[in-house]
Design a protein around this ligand. Structure first.
Ligand code: PTJ
Length: 244
């Protein structure tokens, strides 16, 4: 579908179209559409913008990734369709591999994501499943050169079981999740409550800046930051001008 740029919900509709295309070409899981819908609802509640709160989490996350020994960026079918170029660029700036790790895992989907990322120029891609982290699901299998040895893992749009498993395996977990109440958001060490398509360009910008000026040591309290995100939603909902 061709969406006119003048449409008031252009950006949101574009994301939907990309994910529908992803389902059609085997990259995105059908459930990925539902996940996006849930994300959209929370995006409305935070005002479809990067809040100061999210910026704080972004700065802390980028600093942590730059200071990590083995940072790894996990990718799934939603991220691959929504922001392949920015995700690859972030991996390059951070000097971190991108590891395909799927909830609804099939060899066909792994191959489709591999092909898409290679097409977009990804050079540091992992997809092995030769070691385990403690979880019941098939997602316990990870790459021994990636999440198997990672100290810091970025998990955008992740399900709670996997986040818990990564924590159990002793990893420092950074999430990007529009829902501040999700299990992932609560279990992660740093949660960026923002749409991934807005968060990634900022992460790249901060990473480039820190690399040239030096990486700051940033204190971060995830619970406090999530409470800040929830307080902002409450404030917006209590504002009588919200419908104007
Ligand atoms: O590709 P696969 O097989 O690994 O599957 C990926 C999905 C996303 C389907 C799978 O991991 C899943 O079911 O995730 P959940 O449990 O629905 O969690 C996804 C979280 O991401 C939810 O809390 C959403 O609010 C959030 N979310 C959705 N879209 C965005 C988002 N957060 C940031 N930006 C978005 N665009």
């Amino acid at each position: 579908m061709k969406i006119p740029k003048t449409h008031p919900r252009y950006k949101s509709l574009l994301q939907r179209e990309k994910l529908i295309e992803g389902v059609e070409n085997g990259v995105t899981a059908t459930a990925g559409l539902i996940a996006q819908g849930r994300g959209e609802a929370f995006d409305y509640l935070i005002g479809e913008r990067t809040t100061e709160n999210a910026r704080k989490a972004i700065r802390a996350a980028v600093a942590k990734l730059l200071l990590a020994k083995h940072p790894v960026l996990s990718i799934n079918g939603n991220v691959a369709m929504l922001a392949p170029d920015d995700y690859i660029k972030l991996g390059e700036v951070l000097d971190a591999p991108i590891e395909i790790n799927l909830f609804y895992k099939t060899p066909e989907r792994v191959d489709a994501i591999k092909a898409l990322l290679h097409e977009h120029g990804c050079k540091n891609l992992l997809f092995g499943d030769n070691t385990r982290i403690p979880t019941e699901s098939a997602r316990g299998f990870v790459d021994s050169r990636g999440q198997g040895i990672a100290d810091v893992v970025l998990v955008p749009l992740e399900d709670g079981d996997r986040t818990e498993a990564l924590k159990k395996a002793g990893k420092f977990v950074i999430a990007i999740d529009l829902n501040p109440l999700s299990r992932t958001a609560r279990k992660a060490d740093i949660t960026i409550v923002d749409n991934i398509v807005r968060a990634l360009p900022l992460m790249i910008k901060y990473a480039e800046g820190y690399k040239s000026r030096g990486v700051p040591n940033i204190e971060f309290n995830n619970r406090e930051n999530l409470m800040g995100a929830i307080a902002l939603i409450k404030e917006r909902l209590a504002d009588e001008t919200i419908l104007d």
